[in-house]
Design a protein around this ligand. Sequence first.
Ligand code: GLU
Length: 419
Amino acid sequence: MSTKANPYENFLNVLDSAAEQDGISLNEYATFRFPERELTVNFPVHMDNGEIKMFTGYRIQHSSARGPCKGGIRFHPDVDMNEVRALSAWMTFKCAIANIPYGGAKGGITCDPSQLSRQELERMTRRYTSMISPIIGPHKDIPAPDVNTNAEIMGWLMDTYSMIEGYPVPGVVTGKSLDIGGSLGRPEATGRGVMLVASSLSQKLGLDIKDCTFAVQGFGNVGSTAALLISQLGAKVVAVSDHTAAFYCADGLNIAEMLDYCAGNNRVLSGYKADGVTEIDKNELLYTDVDFLIPAALENQITEENVSKIKAKYIIEGANGPTSYEADKILFESGKIVIPDILANSGGVIVSYFEWVQNLQSLQWSLDEVNNRLSDLLLKSFNEVFELSQERNCSMRMAAYIIALRRLVRAKNTRGLYP
Ligand code: GLU
């Protein structure tokens, strides 16, 4: 099966080469080639028109070697078993790279949320939660937002789980709203992390970020926050796109204004107009002539077929899995630097970890405390990965997987094999 059709194959290719490069035998890491537990649920939902519609959802726990499983829930028409498998495995490696005490998991429902009313979305979320409730919990597996899910949906999940248990359990989910135990800084955390690693990379390379240009694919939570924070550093974000449209301005787009526009336009960019801004083909955004490209949409955007068209020298993966295994090798050979997803977008799960710690201790940290701790943890792992990639003359993705795999293997060996 091609990696395009199966992102889990993409993960295995990277994992196997990292193990080979670091001399880790199959015996030592074979467990991490398989998800620990996979749950598929099929369930009915009452639609507003009186019909009963069947939905299929998943929750896959890739590893609990380093702690409870952790990862988001995605609502999207393309959600399937292989996608959720890959996303769950990437969470294991993301948490290991950040060195936070979690394994990895992911969930999703195959659906098009734009076709559901708010009430249908709520009923679907609650029924899905009840179906996966036997395997989630604050010490088992902690969901969070991902593509097309948000704080409100996490609130329904928290409420449903708490009703089943019979008492409030805020620590069962992260990315909740502040009123029910969410953390300050969580909504912006992934985009903030993308900004932090972009700015650290520019420092390492002796570049002044104010002289750098950026293109951002995706204007959801991650892409729009990263674009805003990067433009606030004084860099020029010259191009952004979402699934409806793409815009370019050589002097830098006004990201704050675009965010306001989206808020009043059903959360999409289409129809945006401003002086000096031109609409470009949304499929061409990846090929914009910029210093930094941030793919912050979905998987498999940069592949063997289109990699030669990428002009950016530095690629910061805001999305999970945007680059195929083959394309990644070509990017490395052509001297481009890729900050891999499991590092570049780890800000989200790092602040999820802070939210969970606050829930378990019934505390609330200040925004400064959250942001300072985020930057400490993220920049520590960024430096470790950057240094190993220099030492080994390998891509930052390889270095990230090697560091994560070493941590995973050590945890597995220390725990030993049951029974
Ligand atoms: N869905 C996000 C990710 O892919 C966040 C996961 C979490 O906070 O648990 O990293």
